[in-house]
Write a protein that binds this ligand. Structure first.
Ligand code: IPE
Ligand code: IPE
Ligand code: MG
Length: 248
């Protein structure tokens, strides 16, 4: 039993992915620097992680820094990396308290060494947690991921002439995880911004108007309610629960 009676636990997404957007606008609206908005974005990260773990969602993927975000002013990038280190250090306890395993997807080796070390430590500490996996997408871009996967497959000696979706998926950052059934983007923007292009082929997209720092559990509960009212057809003519069910 959870304290969210409006959510049907039988129809819970196994994997929720979130494009956390609007930190800069949130800060601007208060006459502050953009980094102030990024700092305020830590509370909703905690709320989203706790809510999903409480509900029984198995994977939560948060888009925290894209391959394109490197083009932002150095002062913002540096501040974001510093915030990342500080947050991981501070929130490892939240992860332990909620039995959440941390995982990172993206070109992790492009992050500053201190971030890599902090991430590696938190991943190690939380590795036996089993309630939910939290994927932080850092220096992540879907086009980068797909190109890397193809290169890794070729290097591993896969049969490239008979390449299949199953082979590609073995080399994606998300290998072994179900595709997100629900993709949420905050701040009212209707675009994907190079996020999980392969994995969201049949995801339900819910756009929330609120800016990320204003997001709380109730907003995410609302997004899950919207998802649960959708009829998913996967190209067929009637509602089915998953692509697998359609195939069989
Ligand atoms: C999302 O907020 C956080 C990151 C991309 C790191 P933004 O920084 O994109 O905020 P807006 O979209 O400019 O308001
Ligand atoms: C997407 O947001 C990336 C993250 C949330 C990390 P952006 O703010 O970078 O995307 P655009 O520029 O609006 O497409
Ligand atoms: Mg943005």
């Amino acid at each position: 039993m959870t304290s969210y009676p409006s959510i049907n636990l039988e129809k819970l997404p196994q994997h929720i992915a979130i494009i956390m957007d609007g930190n800069g606008r949130w800060a601007k609206g208060r006459g502050k620097l953009r980094i102030f908005g990024h700092s305020a974005g830590v509370t909703p990260v905690r709320e989203a992680s706790e809510l999903c773990a409480e509900l029984g969602v198995k994977y939560l993927t948060l888009y925290a820094f894209s391959t394109e975000n490197w083009s932002r002013p150095k002062v913002e990038v540096d501040a974001l990396m510093g915030l990342l280190v500080k947050t991981i250090r501070k929130e490892t306890k939240t992860l332990m308290d909620n039995n959440i395993r941390l995982h990172a997807i993206g070109e992790i080796k492009s992050l500053p060494q201190e971030c890599q070390d902090e991430l590696a430590e938190a991943i190690e500490i939380t590795k036996n947690n089993s309630r939910m996996q939290l994927n932080l997408a850092l220096s992540y871009g879907s086009r980068w991921e797909i190109i890397e996967a193809v290169k890794k497959a070729a290097l591993a000696g896969e049969d490239m002439k008979n390449f299949t979706a199953e082979i590609l998926e073995k080399y994606l950052e998300t290998t072994g995880m179900p595709d997100p059934e629900l993709l949420i983007r905050t701040s009212g923007e209707h675009r994907i911004s190079n996020f999980m292009l392969w994995q969201i082929a049949y995801s339900e997209i819910v756009i929330l108007e609120k800016l990320w720092p204003d997001i709380r559990k109730a907003d995410l509960v609302q997004a899950i309610e919207i998802y649960q009212k959708r009829e998913r057809r996967f190209g067929g003519v009637e509602a089915v629960n998953s692509l697998q069910n359609l195939k069989s």
